[in-house]
Design a protein around this ligand. Structure first.
Ligand SMILES: C[S@@+](CC[C@H](N)C(=O)[O-])C[C@H]1O[C@@H](n2cnc3c(N)ncnc32)[C@H](O)[C@@H]1O
Length: 285
């Protein structure tokens, strides 16, 4: 693939890496990865943006020792890739590269997984690069192979009311609006009206302040569910699973700092905004 448009690897301070590793291997995140692992089938598996490879560790708990597994993780950050390698996970190779530069072999993988990387790719790459990546992924899947994606989804049809109870968060909204002119926030009474996606994108970012400069530019909720399933159809995949669920992290702080309601006052803090999508490449299973 053309690799001229790659963004620089995000650099973190030592403390930020430690916090990130703590999160990636936290009990909650590992429990979440365990549920993703239940969808993985076959023996040759590719994880894009694998982080510290917790997904492979969770997968191995459920697999027989006799299985001839080949587990390949691609991770753009050198520091994070090394942390994954240091775990010496059986059957596992960690490649330190941006996913778009990976030379995907044809019809090789039984499962290809993207957990929380698609929104980062969509935020930092032009659309043709993303389309080209998906074409490569499709070719790299064996017939009957699975593409497993976890990420946020856009919901622009719900318009909501945001009230901000915390002065610092009110200042952050100005910084968010400046960095993201696409996100409208109309003043309404003592608060703002916007689409639920823009509100969630802003509110959920407010708890990752250590990386604010980077996070503010990311589109946490990159595609609508319709766009995901149209993309799968265009690729020649059948959608097997669509699970939607709310963002539960920081929910207590969110309820203290904000009110997010429908225009008629129904609470929306726990409305669905994340999804797990499993699609299968058409062909023999
Ligand atoms: C939110 S983390 C998720 C990590 C892992 N999938 C998990 O759930 O434990 C996203 C990961 O994708 C990596 N990443 C982002 N853009 C990438 C790219 N273009 N190529 C490879 N890795 C990338 C980041 O460095 C980060 O480790």
């Amino acid at each position: 693939m053309d690799n001229t448009l790659f963004t620089e690897e995000r650099q973190r301070t030592k403390k930020q890496y430690e916090q990130y590793f703590f999160y990636l291997d936290s009990r909650e995140h590992r429990a979440f990865l365990r549920t993703i692992a239940t969808h993985i089938t076959g023996e040759k598996i590719l994880d894009l943006g694998c982080g510290t490879a917790g997904l492979f560790e969770e997968l191995l708990i459920t697999r027989k020792k006799s299985e001839q597994l080949t587990l390949i993780g691609i991770e753009q950050s050198e520091v994070i890739a090394q942390k994954a390698r240091d775990k010496s996970i059986p059957h596992t190779t960690i490649i330190n590269a941006p996913v778009c530069s990976f030379d995907f072999p044809q019809e090789s993988f039984d499962s290809i997984i993207m957990v929380s990387i698609l929104h980062e790719l969509v935020s930092s790459h032009k659309l043709p690069i993303i389309a080209q990546l998906f074409a490569c992924l499709w070719q790299a899947l064996k017939p009957g192979g699975k593409l497993i994606i976890h990420d946020g989804f856009r919901n622009d049809t719900i318009v909501a009311n945001l009230q901000i109870h915390n002065y610092d968060k009110r200042i952050l909204l100005d910084s968010f609006r400046e960095a993201r002119p696409d996100a409208y926030f109309y003043p309404y009474g003592a608060g703002f009206v916007s689409s639920l996606t823009h509100i969630f994108d802003f509110v959920h970012k407010c708890y990752y302040l250590e990386n604010w400069e980077h996070e503010v530019k990311e589109y946490y909720y990159p595609m609508s569910l319709e766009a995901y399933s149209l993309m799968f159809g265009a690729l020649g995949c059948t959608t097997l699973t669509v699970k939607m669920y709310p963002e539960t992290e920081h929910v207590h702080e969110i309820k203290k700092d904000f009110s997010i309601t429908s225009l008629l006052g129904a609470p929306l803090e726990l409305a669905d905004c994340n999804c797990l999508l499993v699609a299968q490449k058409n062909g023999k299973t």
